[in-house]
Design a protein around this ligand. Structure first.
Ligand code: FE2
Length: 424
């Protein structure tokens, strides 16, 4: 074997597991494997998990915070306007540089697969070219999946559909959309139809920004589910954000959830962004704005948490830490039961991997040896501590490592250090 990780705890709670790696893949898992290896790492009971996956990000705008100014109102619409001001002055080199820097942060955080939307409403398609270049450049250590995203509206922005088709021809992977930003509800629905039919004809996945609004009557998710079902695209269509569901009538939602389930449509909530952008037109009480995560999960619908934004016109914080995303999602959705907290961990690992259709993802023999060793004893503890990523492995090779952050105390009568982990 090339490498054996000894004495791991797995996300399903099993302990004392050895993981043998050969040729970049997991060769065997089990207690006290007899195999020997060129290198062995005793992880001392730490949690070993497949890598974090971010199912919803905007890498063309990341790390542009403050260019040319900051978002004062904190609203989605000012963010879109601000991005519109920035777009004409974007330079490909600077965009590539910022994206590569973010990819470095991601890898250090154990985030090894990202689905990023890329704005195609600039006729130059400069951001598309930049992110295709980044995708090639990072391919050995990070999977990047690109979504052609008509930020200013497919029908509302002149030439957007042609640009989207050009972007797909250039190598962009997924068809995006933004029906709630079209001029009317009817045009929003028409954009969903056009995009789903185009994707079906091309054999592509769909991931739309959908109903990112506090308007309870924004119901484009219904249209998206209808076309996913009509076109036989079950398991290949995703509705991102779906924040209007938070404010919808409960009776209507009781009809919508089974429709989504039947259509095989997945959902992506973006807790850090939804909790800061939504509810901005409310007095008090002020709505949270995140979609109905536990109810979607209970209906058997795949739900992932995405990061969405890091240091851009919409959000002035973030660092590529999917445990921070899961932590916020857990709080906003009040998912505090043990199984619910565990589900929040799966929402930044296994579930987004399934939504992206990642090959060889997981903890079974034959899967890619893409692994993260966390300074925690369980998935819940990982979220509680936003645990340090002790080792990040890509295809069996350590690509990042960091020491466990235990405090060395020097308090009177309390000699020694303290360990924030529990139950080891
Ligand atoms: Fe987004």
């Amino acid at each position: 074997m090339d490498l054996i990780l000894r004495n791991a705890t797995l996300p399903d709670g099993s302990t004392g597991v050895d993981i043998a790696i050969e040729g970049g893949r997991i060769a065997a898992l089990g207690p006290q494997l007899a195999a020997t290896a060129v290198e062995e790492i005793d992880v001392g009971g730490d949690l070993v998990t497949p890598p974090f996956v971010d199912a919803h990000f905007h890498m063309d705008s990341t790390l542009s915070y403050g260019l040319p100014r900051v978002n004062r109102s904190g609203t989605l619409l000012e963010g879109i306007a601000l991005w519109g001001e920035l777009k004409p002055s974007l330079a490909q080199g600077a965009l590539v540089e910022r994206a590569l820097q973010y990819c470095d942060w991601a890898v250090a955080r154990g985030l090894l697969a990202i689905r990023t939307h890329v704005d195609i409403c600039d006729d130059r398609l400069l951001a598309v070219e930049a992110l295709l270049q980044v995708k090639r450049q990072v391919a050995s250590y990070l999977d990047l999946q690109l979504v052609a995203f008509p930020q200013d509206g497919l029908l509302r922005s002149a030439g957007a559909f042609d640009n989207l088709k050009r972007a797909i021809a250039m190598g962009v992977d997924v068809v995006g959309g933004i029906p709630h930003f079209e001029r009317t509800m009817a045009e929003g629905a028409e954009s969903v139809r056009l995009l789903c039919e185009f994707a079906a004809a091309q054999g592509l996945r769909v991931d739309m920004h959908c109903d990112e609004s506090d308007d309870p009557l924004s119901r484009h998710i219904e249209t998206l589910a209808f076309h996913a079902h009509r076109l036989g695209m079950q398991g290949r269509v995703t509705g991102s954000h779906l924040t209007s569901m938070h404010s919808m009538d409960n009776y209507y939602v009781s009809k919508l959830l089974p429709l989504m389930r039947e259509s095989g449509v997945a959902a992506i909530a973006n807790p850090l962004i939804n909790i800061t952008l939504q509810g901005r037109h409310d007095g008090y009480p002020r709505r949270r704005g995140m979609t109905r995560v536990p109810e979607l999960m209970a209906a058997g619908i795949d739900v992932a948490f995405g990061h969405d934004c890091v240091l851009d016109p919409w959000y002035g914080l973030g660092s590529g830490d999917m445990l921070e995303v899961a932590h916020m999602g857990l709080h906003v959705a009040q998912m505090t039961a043990q199984d619910a907290m565990h589900a929040c961990f799966l929402a930044v690992t296994e579930t987004p991997a399934r939504i992206l259709g990642l090959e060889g993802y997981g903890l079974r023999p034959g899967c890619h040896a893409d692994l993260v060793v966390l300074d925690a004893g369980s998935t819940i503890e990982a979220i509680r501590l936003r645990a340090a990523r002790r080792y990040v492995l890509r295809r069996g090779r350590v690509v990042s490592r960091s020491p466990a952050p235990h405090a060395a105390l020097a308090l009177p009568g309390r000699p020694g250090g303290t360990d924030f982990r529990h139950g080891r």
